[in-house]
Structures are given as C-alpha cells and as structure tokens.
Design a protein around this ligand. Structure first.
Ligand SMILES: NC(=O)c1ccc[n+]([C@@H]2O[C@H](COP(=O)([O-])OP(=O)(O)OC[C@H]3O[C@@H](n4cnc5c(N)ncnc54)[C@H](O)[C@@H]3O)[C@@H](O)[C@H]2O)c1
Length: 260
C-alpha cells in the first residue's frame, strides 16, 4: 500500500508514534523515527527496519538537519505524523509554572508542529505532494481544566490544521489532525492509569490511533479533525459556524474589501 513512500513520525520512540511507525512499516512505508529519546528512538527504528533522527522538534535548526538527512538517506519524504508531545505536569497551577516548563510544552506541542509543517511543505512539494497528520487531543476541542496550557497548545494545532487544509490544496498536500481520548501510553502516569482502569474509564489503544492516522495519511480529505475515542470509530468533528452577520463557517472566510 505505501511501498516506495517515506514517512516521518515524530515522537515515534514511544506510545502513539511508535504504534504509527509499526502500522506504516507494516503497509510498506520506509519509516523515519524523529525523537529526542535516542535509546528508545533507535530501538523503535530498528524494530520497523527504518532509520532514526535525534531531534528536539521544537528547535527549527533540528528540522533543517532532519530534512537534509532524510533527503540524503531516503531521497525525500512523502508522509509525516507530527505527533511528539508532552503535558505540563503542573496540573491546574498555571501561576506556579516556570518559564522552562512553559517553553518545554510549547516547544514540543506547538513549535514542533509549526516548524515541522514549515520544513515539510517544500520537501513534500518536491515529491509532487504528500500528507501530514498532527496529533492534537480531545483537549484540542474541549476545555481540559486539569492542564490549561496543554489545552491551549492542542487547540492551537487544531486551528493550524483547519487553516492550512485549504491553503495547501494547490500544493497537493493534505493535512489533518487526530484528537485522541485517553490513550494507553507512557504519557499516562501509572497512578492515573490505574485509577482510570479501576473506575472502568474507557482507554483507547495506541494501535487504534495509528489506524486513524493511516486513514488520514491515505485519504483525499484535508483540514479535518478526527475524534478518536475508545469503543467508537474515528469521527470527523463538525465545527459550528460563528454567529453573526459574517457567519460563513470554517472555510471561505475572507477579510472585507479594504481590510488591512
Ligand atoms: N496518551 C494520551 O492519553 C494522549 C491523549 C491525547 C493526545 N495525546 C498526544 O499524543 C502524542 C503522543 O503522546 P503519547 O501518549 O504517545 O506519549 P509518549 O510519552 O508515549 O510519547 C511521546 C514521545 O514524544 C517524544 N517527545 C516529546 N517531546 C519531544 C520533543 N520536544 N522533541 C522530540 N521528541 C519529543 C518523547 O520522547 C516520546 O517518545 C502527544 O502529542 C500527546 O499530547 C496523548
């Protein structure tokens, strides 16, 4: 299915990214794991017969190096899952968050997607087009008050994907997002995981998210945001139009004449 295609998976050393890497390799893609965890990243790449690039996705210089290396080693890139992410670990307490904590989460969850997309657009265009999927979260669609900064970064990438979908059509690049509910990965602290299991809270597997990512990477649609919850197939989220005289919905919104 994806023979001859080269796919980058950020955060591919663990959890959802690792499951995507396995899924893409199983259908023939050459997978490049991009992660800041060198040991786990190398192991993940070896497992899928792919290659590994050590990088902090929140640093634009790292993206330049990754794209140059991928082009040298594999000839280019066709697909990307921009998935690396962290939470703050300072639940609720925005006022006690340090600059370092904020920069860490913004770097991984938002800058990592913005710099990734910026580096990928010319690279995918050079192959005649391609596909990008971003991992947001249910916290990209609803207010997750336990981690407001995580919520802010995940909302931001939903907006980016929706705005870029139409903008990249002419370049033959699709971009979509997946919004997983609580997923069984190492991001979930063990205590929280056990609490959820004990209360019969539905937890989705990373493999199910990987299936949704594959559908987005191979589909013709763009600018869509897929909700992925346990026990249900992925569903494209329908955004309501904004009330008011210029309520024209998500697409086709343009400034009035003379607007600067
Ligand atoms: N687990 C969940 O419940 C859940 C739910 C919704 C969304 N998500 C999102 O899914 C994505 C993957 O998370 P996961 O649950 O698989 O977590 P995980 O901790 O298992 O994997 C995240 C990976 O990203 C890498 N990473 C983090 N920051 C990085 C950076 N700056 N540069 C490069 N690599 C970096 C880590 O080293 C790790 O390998 C994240 O964006 C997360 O926000 C997770």
């Amino acid at each position: 299915m994806l023979e001859g295609k080269v796919a980058i998976v950020t955060g591919g050393a663990s959890g959802i990214g690792r499951a995507t890497a396995r899924r893409l390799a199983a259908v023939g893609a050459t997978v490049v794991i991009v992660d800041r965890d060198v040991e786990m990243g190398r192991a993940a790449a070896a497992e899928v017969g792919g290659s590994f690039e050590a990088a902090d996705v929140g640093r634009s210089v790292d993206w330049a190096r990754v794209l140059a290396s991928v082009t040298r080693r594999h000839g280019g890139v066709d697909l990307a899952h921009l998935n690396a992410g962290v939470n703050t670990g300072v639940w609720e307490a925005v006022e006690s968050m340090t600059d370092e904590q904020y920069e860490r989460i913004r770097g991984a969850n938002l800058d990592g997607v913005v710099f990734g997309v910026r580096a990928l657009i010319p690279a995918l265009s050079a192959r005649g087009g391609g596909a990008i999927v971003v991992t947001s979260s249910l916290a990209g669609l609803v207010a997750f008050s336990r981690d407001p900064i995580y919520t802010a970064t995940k909302h931001a990438v939903v907006g980016l994907v929706r705005a870029l979908g139409p903008a990249l059509k002419d370049r033959r690049i699709t971009i979509n997002a997946v919004c997983p509910g609580i997923t069984d990965t190492p991001l979930l602290a063990e205590a929280a995981r056990q609490e959820l299991i004990d209360s019969n809270f539905p937890i989705i597997s990373p493999e199910q998210i990987a299936d949704a990512v594959l559908s987005c990477l191979t589909g013709a649609f763009t600018g869509e945001v897929y909700v992925c919850q346990a026990g249900a197939p992925p569903v494209a989220f329908k955004f309501r139009g904004v009330p008011g005289p210029r309520a024209v919905g998500a697409e086709g919104m343009s400034p009035p004449d003379g607007y600067v």
